[in-house]
Design a protein around this ligand. Structure first.
Ligand SMILES: [Zn+2]
Length: 312
């Protein structure tokens, strides 16, 4: 099979704006030798931008707000549900350094009625900050599945999500179904590219991903195998606000959608799908009441980690 070999280090993807390029460059550390490597990607009809491999992080962020995976992922069997988990190594750094690249099977954490609020497709610079304000006022954590292309536009919002103790998940680079679901390789390349973009901003990367549109009808076994062998854990959702239906939903419809699904299924582990994009004003309006509903029902609020149970 013909493989295009792209030298990964030293390229700056030429679609990056000048501003983003200079900020990405300024975050690189001078020590590049150890992690210079070739990245093999299958050729596609369009020119694939080279993956810019993040440089080794000299000062991995330390905090008791989150957990950093160790070299063999042996510290990920957790018994808490509200601490985000990140990796200070990229996939290629793990492979190059002889570290584990596949997360071992973990015993899922089943608590009593935990709700995981998730916000996809951001970060934007209009509604995501408002969502963060509401979460802060309500003192609850959430999980944001971000797009690489949106992180490039709004890196400060990504940093705010990170600094305020929420979990960040990877939701592909551009959400383009035709590209993502043309092959498992094209799918995973977008996630690895997005990892590098996230690492260039916060020094760590997510291990949790969500497939755009969800895996149902989109994944076959080859995709699941690729996700696992690339060291990710995928989570769809089991409760939908309906904020991405074609005609949209009003705030009260979103609240009613959620209440009726919880009343029907009484999930012990409820993973709620919402979106944090500029178009989702109704989700911002609905969010305080959604949070109050779950508090009144006795739910506690968690963040998605590699050991969060898959929703179905
Ligand atoms: Zn999405």
């Amino acid at each position: 099979m013909f493989l295009a070999v792209l030298l990964a280090t030293g390229f700056i993807w030429n679609e990056l704006s000048d501003e983003k390029t200079s900020s990405a460059k300024s975050l690189q550390t001078p020590s590049t030798e150890k992690f210079t490597k070739a990245v093999e990607v299958e050729p596609s009809a369009e020119v694939t931008p080279p993956v810019e491999v993040a440089q080794p992080v000299e000062n991995v962020p330390q905090s008791d707000q989150f957990i950093i995976a160790n070299q063999d992922f042996s510290n990920l069997q957790l018994y808490e549900y509200n601490k985000p988990v990140y990796d200070s190594y990229g996939f290629w750094q793990r492979q190059e350094g002889g570290m584990a690249t596949v997360i071992p099977d973990l015993q899922p954490y089943y608590g009593e009625h935990i709700v995981y609020l998730t916000f996809d497709d951001g970060p934007d610079n209009k509604n995501t900050p408002q969502i963060l304000d509401i979460l802060r006022n309500e003192n609850v954590p959430a999980t944001f599945y971000v797009l690489g292309a949106m992180v490039e536009k709004n890196p400060e919002v990504l940093k705010r999500i990170f600094n305020e103790g929420h979990a960040i998940g990877n939701h592909s680079y551009n959400h383009n179904y035709n590209e993502l679901y043309s092959s498992p390789w094209n799918f995973i390349e977008q996630f690895q590219r997005t990892d590098e973009i996230i690492m260039s901003q916060i020094g760590v990367r997510p291990l949790i991903i969500r497939a755009p549109g969800g895996t149902y009808g989109a994944f076959n076994q080859d995709y699941w195998d690729m996700v696992k062998s690339s060291g990710y854990v995928e989570h769809d959702w089991n409760v939908s606000s309906g904020d991405a239906t074609p005609k949209g939903a009003t705030a009260s419809e979103e609240i009613n959608n959620i209440i009726s699904q919880i009343n029907t299924y009484n999930f012990k582990s409820a993973i709620v799908l919402m979106h944090s994009t500029a178009a989702k004003d109704e989700t911002v309006k609905a969010l305080p009441d959604i949070i109050h509903f779950f508090k009144e029902r006795g739910y506690t609020f968690g963040v998605i980690t590699p050991m969060t149970p898959t929703p179905w």
